[in-house]
Ligand binder design. Structure first.
Ligand SMILES: CC(=O)SCCNC(=O)CCNC(=O)[C@H](O)C(C)(C)COP(=O)(O)OP(=O)(O)OC[C@H]1O[C@@H](n2cnc3c(N)ncnc32)[C@H](O)[C@@H]1OP(=O)(O)O
Length: 402
């Protein structure tokens, strides 16, 4: 211990300038001391940990207190892990290991979520990948819908940011409890989500806002022109609809905008728009991994969500980082609700905690994880039964980066 060059402590608002410096150097962005970083809208200093060498801050990582909608519509608190950054020169010396173990020890929420900057980092911490997916859609300008799609009569109006914001907050809050993976937002998380200074635009326009009585879309424009005319791209930041008609009308609005061009949207894996197109192949689709899930208190986490079918199984959990999770758990699901108790009984299946994280939101099937060697079956039929129970009735989707 005496030779450890690093000390770890919780940050305070007095550390904010050092925090900006670490983040700019770790994320290879320009340091602008005059302007706060977007993350400062949401940072909770008592949940932000720093690693110091002498008095120098060399690495940080933060937890945000958020809520998330789970399969079956339950809304649960979750620890959103973010802002992990280590200054070049101090990387690969165990700084992140220190940060993660300090944060995981302090997390009272049953599970944590994160977006990973690189796919190879977080499995070792027991985080399950592909807990939710994003579908990147590219839709051609003017792409027609098939005749059965109802876009209703209501107008979609382009409005100012000031007019839009209160409507967005109200609509989003009504819709989020029916969408697995959507996060609760406070005023501060809205400021983070819609931060719009030129550092966050990537050469695109400021946000534009279009309102329907039952939905909204926020998007940016990349302006382009060639000899045949306009080639603008519309980049959707968020499309929220309470009804199928509003969903169709908002897409129609974007697809038919004068001077508009291709519509690009990172949306849910099961966005019905693909099935609304007269020519479904006109949509170019790419899948990306989105949320990772870390079950921090495995028994409490598994009891939070609802399940699609009943099941009764003993699951042995492997979790070298969090010993309280490891061992055998008796999972009983009746009428969709689970109870999870310690047991000495022989296991019907063995899963590493990351595999359970991947399946937790209903996005990745346990049968697929078994084929990938992440889950082992001891009693025939158990994995298929668990796999069906863990599914949700729609694809999990997190519409925001944090
Ligand atoms: C949730 C988020 O905030 S995602 C954002 C992550 N941040 C970034 O991408 C910014 C740029 N990168 C960095 O700041 C740092 O390199 C970090 C935060 C990714 C890693 O921090 P480090 O202090 O270098 O990691 P540390 O040395 O503690 O390594 C921890 C483990 O992860 C592994 N690891 C670290 N970085 C990587 C990587 N880029 N790819 C694969 N494995 C990695 C190490 O080998 C080590 O594994 P081990 O314990 O099994 O030996």
């Amino acid at each position: 211990m005496g030779d450890d060059p690093f000390t770890v402590r919780v940050l305070t608002p007095r550390d904010v300038v050092s925090l900006r410096r670490v983040l700019a150097s770790a994320f290879l962005t320009e340091l602008d001391d005059g302007r706060p970083e977007r993350v400062e809208h949401v940072i909770e200093f008592d949940r932000t940990v720093g690693v110091f060498q002498d008095d120098d801050l060399v690495g940080v990582s933060a937890v945000l207190s958020r809520e998330i909608t789970l399969p079956g519509g339950a809304v649960a608190p979750t620890a959103a892990l973010t802002t992990a950054g280590v200054r070049p020169g101090y990387q690969r010396k165990g700084v992140l290991n220190r940060l993660v173990s300090t944060l995981v020890d302090g997390i009272d929420e049953a599970f944590a979520i994160l977006w990973a900057s690189e796919g190879a980092i977080y499995s070792r911490f027991g985080c399950g990948s592909l807990a939710s997916d994003l579908l990147h859609l590219e839709l051609p300008h003017g792409a027609p819908f098939h005749a059965g799609v109802d876009i209703g009569e209501a107008l979609v109006r382009e409005v100012s940011r000031a007019e839009a914001l209160p409507v967005l907050e109200e609509l989003y809050d009504r819709v989020r409890t029916s969408r697995v993976g959507w996060l609760g937002r406070t005023g501060r998380s809205w400021e983070f989500h819609l931060a719009d200074d030129d550092r966050y635009r990537d050469g695109l326009s400021a946000f534009r806002f279009a309102l329907h009585p039952r939905g909204y879309v926020v998007y940016r424009v990349r302006t382009a022109w060639d000899a045949r005319g306009p080639k603008d791209e519309l980049h959707v930041h968020e499309l929220v609809a309470e009804t199928d008609v509003a969903h169709a009308a908002l897409y129609r609005h974007l697809l038919d905008l004068g001077l508009g061009g291709e519509v690009k949207h990172y949306t849910s894996a099961d966005d019905p728009v693909v099935h609304m197109l007269a020519d479904p192949r006109s949509a170019i689709r790419h899948r990306n991994d989105a949320l990772w899930v870390r079950l921090v208190h495995v028994d409490r986490a598994l009891e939070l969500r609802h399940y699609l079918s009943d099941v009764d199984a003993v699951v042995e959990v492997l979790d070298p980082l969090v010993p309280r999770n490891a061992g055998r758990w008796h999972l009983t699901v009746e009428k969709g609700r689970a109870t999870v108790r310690r047991t000495d009984a022989a296991p019907d299946a063995t899963a590493d905690v990351a595999a359970l994280g991947s399946a937790f939101l209903g996005g990745t099937r346990l049968t697929v994880l078994a084929r990938a060697g992440r889950v082992r079956e001891h009693t025939p039929g158990t994995v298929a039964a668990l796999s069906t129970a863990f599914l949700g009735d729609h694809a999990p989707h997190c519409p925001e980066l944090f």
